[in-house]
Ligand binder design. Structure first.
Ligand code: HEM
Length: 495
């Protein structure tokens, strides 16, 4: 049901006294609005659906300190907003609650709110200048060698735990792989270690040591900027430094920070979510092992069902307007919300239906700010999950599914841990393509990248001159799906 057009600052309920105890509205904030924080917001997914029921595709709600904000719940409304740059901006400096002092400097969401000199907050010519440098630097990334690096890092991470037969795929895999790959892409592979992963995790969680951890990461990025300014190389940072847009050292550092944190957090979430789905959802597992679904398709389904960023903070109205039947005033703030937007019943009347082949989810945003790193995020997830499942084909969840825990914030929802078990496996050379780790015969391997129904013959002739010798697997080999050889070769070539 869509409510009558109303303004975000309208107050239907006495903001001071509020509803009496026992009233169903008890627990609501000023204006009878729902809070996106605190005890009433423990399950934001449920809360978004209540808001959709009550208000339709755009709902008024309250952030911490009861600061008003629209939540955009509809798929079409989210797309319309991010594409309408003449009406909405990402520059928070026009946000009314910030201008009138309702949002205090110590507001818990300030790191998301405060304007910074980065492309995410810029618009118009300035956005184009900064974004052009970022996308040009990304365009220089050689995707074949990047995929090879992803495969190698996956191999070495799996080597760390494969002999134990047990692992936590969040802290030992999903949180490491994106950091290792991003340090390589940025041009500081030597900075990737447990300390860097821990610092990034800590900085994003906002613990007492968050500032220290943030400083640790920023110091590494500053050293890198200085080194590449003095002597450019052929990496992302060097191309950012030398781009004709003429970024200052501060701008380079801030964009390295943006890219590193965005990539780390979002891709770690995507990996963990996709692995969780593969391990716990019987339909998923059956489709993967039955060959009706490939790993990239599983990743895409995960981007629909659990987008790594549930919401993106924020968009601000540059003029009075209307969205989803609501009256939006100049200076109002709106949450771009991929999580509820992807579940909009108008585009997904049946949530259990597969979205295979449909990439119109909101996980990477849209419009001028659409994520420029999505191919990198997808590659890390595709190659990482594929290679991990090749190494551990018998991997299973090591706890009841109900024991899995999430940590939620407005911006994202992280799986805390994903404990798994498998038959212990020997280490493998990180420089060769992953191969099945000799599971018991009845637990045949996952046809991870190729559909089992592919008419590809099992035994393919070797190419005349293979780029590198691909070692034959140690005996005995588990049963493999057709096309594995071709897939190994493709993987090795970084395709
Ligand atoms: C699964 C992985 C990822 C997801 C889900 C994701 C999602 C997003 C989203 C939702 C936005 C905001 C769009 C908007 O404001 O409308 C964004 C922006 C951005 N992302 Fe990603 N991202 C991912 C990976 C990456 C990677 C790997 C990189 C860099 C290598 C990256 C770099 C950026 C940058 C620079 C922006 C700001 C663009 C702008 O404002 O013009 N992201 N991303």
């Amino acid at each position: 049901m869509t409510s009558e057009p109303r303004s975000l600052t309208d107050t239907d309920t006495d903001p001071v006294s509020g509803p009496p105890p026992g009233c169903p509205a008890h627990g609501l904030g000023p204006g009878g609005l729902r809070r996106l924080y605190g005890p009433d917001a423990e399950d934001l997914g449920v809360l978004y659906e209540s808001l959709r029921e009550e208000h339709g595709s755009v709902a008024p709600a309250l952030l911490h300190d009861d600061v008003p904000m629209w939540v955009v719940l509809g798929h079409a409304e989210n797309i319309h907003m991010v594409r309408s740059s003449s009406v909405y901006t990402r520059d928070s400096r026009i946000w009314t609650p910030l201008l009138d002092g309702t949002v205090k400097p110590d507001h818990p969401l300030m790191p998301h709110i405060a304007w910074q000199p980065i492309c995410s907050h810029a618009e118009g010519d300035e956005h184009q200048r900064l974004r052009a440098a970022v996308t040009a630097a990304m365009d220089t990334i050689d995707h074949r060698s990047m995929r090879r690096h992803i495969g190698r890092y996956t191999q070495s991470l799996v080597n760390r735990f494969c002999e134990r037969g047990r692992a936590d795929l969040v802290s030992q895999f999903a949180e490491h792989l994106p950091m290792a790959v991003m340090c390589q892409i940025l041009g500081m592979p030597e900075e990737y270690d447990d300390r860097m992963v821990q610092a990034a995790r800590d900085a994003l969680k906002g613990t007492e040591t968050a500032i220290q951890s943030h400083t640790y990461v920023m110091e590494a990025l500053s050293r890198l900027t200085t080194r590449r300014r003095a002597l450019p190389d052929d990496d992302f940072t060097s191309h950012l430094v030398t781009h004709p847009a003429g970024l200052t050292d501060d701008e380079v550092r801030e964009h390295l920070r943006l890219v590193l944190f965005a990539a780390y957090e979002a891709t770690a979430n995507l990996l963990a979510n996709a692995l969780r789905m593969v391990l716990t959802e019987p339909g998923f597992r059956a489709q993967l092992s039955g060959g009706q679904m490939t790993v990239p398709e599983a990743i895409e389904q995960s981007l629909w069902d659990e987008p790594p960023f549930s919401t993106v903070f924020g968009y601000y109205a540059k003029q009075d307007t209307e969205l989803g039947g609501q009256r939006i005033r100049k200076g109002d703030g709106l949450l771009f919300a991929p999580a509820p937007g992807n579940l909009d019943p108008r585009i997904r009347p049946d949530l259990s239906a597969s979205m295979q082949g449909n990439r119109s989810h909101l996980a990477f945003g849209g419009g001028p700010h659409e994520c420029p790193g999505q191919d990198i995020g997808r590659a890390i997830a595709d190659v990482g999950v594929d290679a991990l499942l090749m190494r551990l084909p018998d991997v299973q969840l090591d706890c009841p599914e109900e024991d899995l825990r999430w940590r939620s914030s407005i911006a994202s929802r992280h799986l805390v841990a994903l404990p798994v078990r498998f038959e212990p496996k020997p280490q493998q050379d990180v420089d060769v393509a992953p191969r099945h780790g000799a599971p018991p015969v009845q637990q045949s391997g996952w046809p991870t990248g190729t559909r089992r129904s592919d008419p590809t013959p099992t035994a393919e002739p070797r190419p005349a001159v293979p780029p590198m010798p691909v070692p034959m697997p140690a005996a005995p080999e588990p049963v493999r799906g057709p096309g594995v050889w071709r897939r190994l070769m493709r993987w090795w070539r970084g395709e």
